[in-house]
Design a protein around this ligand. Structure first.
Ligand code: ADP
Length: 415
């Protein structure tokens, strides 16, 4: 065994204490040479070796713990961070303690544009509120967040957050901070929609309720013994109560549809008899309005995947709207077209006044009406087309609205 191998073997066996053991053995040998009896020298040698090894275990452990970390073998933390944030789709950038940008991910390039490394954050973000927040975190080391709206190119709302990066290994003595932009535009839009919806629904219910209350007070007071007035007021009250229950029915319908929106319908429905049923059920209304509903059906069955009651609701809504709002045109045409091999289409066409183009994209929003007064006078709730849209979404179908002022409207359902 070469001398170095022998040293290695001793190191493995006795750790860093092996030179001391060798020295002790030499001293023992010298003692025997000097005339000390062998058994005494051996006993002394054994005693000292035991002492050395007992202390050696702890010393070994201490050696391992205090051994300095070899940083040269570890990669640069900034390049690790750059690689990690590059894989994330949330806009992120890393700042140093002077608020200079050290790196940013592609999502951030798309949001703020790319600038050379080392540029101050103020060259990318002009918002004073965000810059103040960054300054505060750099000064205190505490994380912070703030809501920030970008108006261009479109209205987007972000939760901008800055937090210190706690490193296991020093990044060349630098302190690093992560600035993130969480897009909360959709969340804010849903919040806005929810609060608009509650405001609209309560307003729609409050109006007939206030009217009912007024009539009840009149009937209890000034009109107490006026039989003619009582009859008139009771009929108006019945109208208002009916309007309220229509509204509540529509609201319940919408919430039921929302609950089932992700479940595709299972049945197969022949649209021809379904459209005949819709025409028959609306015949009294059409008659009262002086409108003729004309059906144009092809030969044979035209089947789609769907749920009968829901599809009846869709076409009743569309044909009823065509009769009410297109009353002046006198005729409502309903075409069923099986576009073999393409999709099946049902078009409900009236020859009424038409809808101004700016209103068309918003017609399926809840409570959206071209004219509130017109809708109310025609017993509308403003929820009909919202219900239609929900049902069609569940049926994987689309509503296409075309309208020309003075010529009429075409509401086509494409399956
Ligand atoms: P409403 O209960 O008011 O009828 P809808 O959601 O069914 O609510 O329709 C929304 C609005 O769309 C209506 O108030 C009306 O202004 C407009 N509209 C719908 N169908 C037609 C149509 N065929 N012609 C003209 N306007 C229409």
């Amino acid at each position: 065994m070469a001398f170095e191998e022998w040293g290695d073997w001793l190191s493995k066996r006795f750790g860093s204490r092996w030179p001391l053991l060798v020295a002790l053995s030499l001293v023992g040998a010298l003692a025997v040479f000097a005339g000390i009896p062998l058994w005494q020298a051996a006993l002394g040698w054994f005693f000292l070796v035991c002492l050395t090894l007992a202390g050696g275990g702890k010393a070994e452990l201490k050696d391992v713990q205090t051994q300095p970390v070899d940083h040269s073998r570890q990669s640069d933390p900034l390049s690790e961070i750059t690689a990690t944030i590059g894989a994330l789709d949330m806009p992120l950038l890393v700042l140093d303690a002077e608020a200079n940008v050290l790196c940013q991910n592609p999502a951030c390039d798309r949001l703020l544009g790319t600038l050379p490394v080392g540029t101050h954050i103020s060259a990318r973000m002009r918002s004073p509120a965000v810059l103040d927040m960054v300054r505060e975190t750099l000064a205190t080391g505490r994380s912070n967040q703030i809501e920030h709206a970008e108006r261009l190119p479109s209205q987007q709302v972000y939760m901008v957050r800055i937090a210190p990066i706690v490193l296991q290994m020093p990044a060349g003595g630098r302190r690093l901070y992560l600035l993130s932009f969480r897009d909360i535009s959709e969340l804010r839009r849903l919040d806005q929609m929810r609060s608009d919806f509650v405001a609209n629904a309560s307003h729609e219910l409050r109006t007939p309720l206030a009217s009912l209350r007024g009539f009840i007070e009149t009937l209890q007071g000034p009109a107490k013994s006026d039989v003619q007035a009582q009859e008139r007021f009771l009929s108006i009250m019945l109208d208002q109560a009916t309007r309220m229950s229509r509204l509540v029915d529509d609201l319940l319908s919408l919430s039921r549809l929302e609950l089932r929106s992700h479940v595709a319908p299972e049945g197969k429905i022949d649209l021809a008899p379904l459209l005949c049923h819709v025409r028959d059920s609306l015949a009294p209304l059409a008659h009262d309005l002086g409108v003729e509903i004309r059906l144009h059906l092809p030969e044979g069955a035209v089947e789609v995947a769907g749920e009968r009651d829901e599809l009846v609701q869709v076409f009743e809504n569309l044909v009823e709207n065509a009769c009410k709002y297109g009353q002046d045109g006198k005729i409502v045409d309903v075409h069923l077209r099986p576009l073999d091999p393409g999709p099946v289409e049902v078009s409900v066409i009236d020859r009424g006044p038409g809808i101004p183009a700016e209103h068309v994209p918003r017609l399926t929003e809840r409570f959206y009406r071209v004219s509130v007064a017109d809708s109310r006078s025609k017993k509308g709730t403003g929820l009909g087309l919202a219900i239609v849209k929900h049902i069609l979404t569940r049926h994987r179908a689309r509503l296409i609205v075309r309208s020309e002022l003075g010529r009429g409207s075409d509401f086509t359902v494409r399956f």
